[in-house]
Design a protein. Structure first.
Length: 275
């Protein structure tokens, strides 16, 4: 078992001292009462002796001594005087008690009035406390409802935040896709423009080559026609008509194929970058 602490030791010592000192308390109380009774008896005896001294007959007087009565009368008188003094003191004490009783009655009335006021105040305080408790209960319910509402709003905000993040991710993906498509469209447009420009260049080269060939052919035909005119000895009118046709064709710049359809040189190819 562990050693008791110093507080426990001090407490045990105090308990032992109180038990030791209170063991003689009944004897001390009896001696105190006996001393009080002894004091009262001594005071009564002293008052009786004083009464006897004052009531003793004068020897020079002509008083007739009656056996059995001379010694009793002073004692009786002293005893009566003592009783009268006790009655007087008791009357004074009774008056004091009545006075104290009246004061206590006044104090009791005042205390009753104060008690009534305190009870009224206590009732008002109890009513205020009840109202305050009701208000506290209502406020607690409101706080709980507010907490539930805030929790619901937090959940809704979290859901909206997740949806916003998802939409932002989708938007970023769509923007990346749009950028990719824009780049692809730009490349395709550039390739289409390049292809159209190349096609236009080829058509221009083909038209130029075709016009050159038509010019050479026309020159060859004109040369051949001139040679045939010299050999056959055509008339000047015929030569004039033939040369006029050639100059007309040359001035108009219209060339025809062998089957009579206009050539592609009639339409000047001048393509824009959009075709």
């Amino acid at each position: 078992m562990a050693e008791p602490t110093w507080q426990e030791t001090l407490r045990l010592r105090l308990v032992e001292r109180n038990a030791r000192e209170s063991s003689y308390a009944p004897i001390i109380e009896q001696y105190r009462r006996l001393a009080q009774q002894t004091k009262l008896l001594k005071e009564r005896n002293a008052s009786l002796l004083r009464a006897m001294g004052s009531a003793r007959p004068n020897p020079s007087s002509s008083t007739v001594f009656v056996p059995g009565t001379g010694e009793d009368n002073p004692v009786r008188a002293a005893y009566i005087a003592s009783l009268e003094s006790q009655i007087s003191s008791l009357r004074d004490e009774l008056a004091t008690v009545y006075k104290t009783q009246g004061q206590n009655a006044q104090r009791l009335l005042a205390m009753n009035e104060t008690l009534r006021e305190k009870e009224e105040l206590s009732r008002l305080d109890a009513e205020s406390l009840r109202k305050a408790r009701d208000e506290i209960a209502i406020l607690r319910k409101k706080v709980e409802q507010h907490s539930e509402l805030m929790a619901e709003k937090d959940r809704t905000a979290q859901i909206l935040h997740d949806e916003i993040n998802t939409l932002q991710l989708e938007l970023s993906q769509i923007e990346e896709r749009n950028q990719t498509l824009t780049k692809d469209n730009a490349k395709l447009l550039q390739r289409w423009l390049d292809a159209k420009q190349a096609e236009a260049n080829r058509m221009n080269e083909a038209n130029a080559f075709y016009e050159d060939m038509q010019t050479r052919r026309q020159a060859a035909l004109n040369k051949h026609a001139g040679a045939n005119g010299d050999e056959k000895g055509d008339s000047p009118a015929t030569n004039a008509n033939g040369s006029g046709n050639g100059e007309e064709r040359k001035s108009t710049g219209a060339t025809t194929t062998t089957d009579g359809t206009p050539s592609r040189a009639e339409t000047d190819v001048n393509l824009t970058p959009n075709g």
